[in-house]
Write a protein that binds this ligand. Structure first.
Ligand code: FES
Ligand code: FES
Length: 158
């Protein structure tokens, strides 16, 4: 099966990867992209959020065969230490992470939101970011999304 992950075409062995295997397993266990986390396995927590064709998608309940041929983006491609995404800059500024476990999913959900809605209100953020955080970082997540949205306005460096 051929997958398009972080802008690269990747072939996975059909003998090892059945079409119904969750995308999360393929990312973590086959491709060693371990930035995407396993939390609940039932689409409840959002720790496994990636983008499929720009949409925030819970990889734990997404059969890999259903996304073959579509662009998949994981946290590994959101930014880099040298060129962090505006959200990553804002996350640092607001000291968002505590234990950190939920945070790659939070960031991917936030990135999908800002792609659709560049200036979300608190209500828009609360409606779009349904990820769970056991450490209760929700107020900081909200504040950091507003900061990132401001950084991403035209003329600002994201
Ligand atoms: S691990 Fe996928 S939503 Fe919790
Ligand atoms: S930072 Fe610990 S679960 Fe969210």
């Amino acid at each position: 099966m051929e997958l398009t992950i972080n802008g690269r075409k990747t072939t996975v062995d059909d003998a090892a990867v059945a079409p119904e295997m969750p995308l999360l397993w393929v990312l973590r266990d086959v491709l060693n992209l371990t930035g995407t986390k396993f939390g609940c396995g039932i689409a409840a927590c959002g720790a496994c959020t990636v983008h499929v064709d720009g949409q925030a998608t819970r990889a734990c309940v997404t059969p890999v065969g259903s996304v073959a041929g579509q662009p998949i983006r994981t946290i590994e491609a959101l930014g880099s230490p040298e060129a962090p995404h505006a959200l990553q800059q804002a996350w640092v500024q607001h000291n968002v992470p505590q234990c950190g476990y939920c945070q790659s999913g939070m960031l991917m959900a936030a990135a999908a939101l800002l792609q659709k809605n560049p200036r979300p209100s608190d209500a828009d953020i609360d409606a779009a970011i349904t990820n769970l955080c056991r450490c209760g970082t929700y107020p900081r997540v909200r504040a950091a999304i507003h900061t990132a949205a401001a950084l991403m306005q035209p003329g600002k460096k994201a």
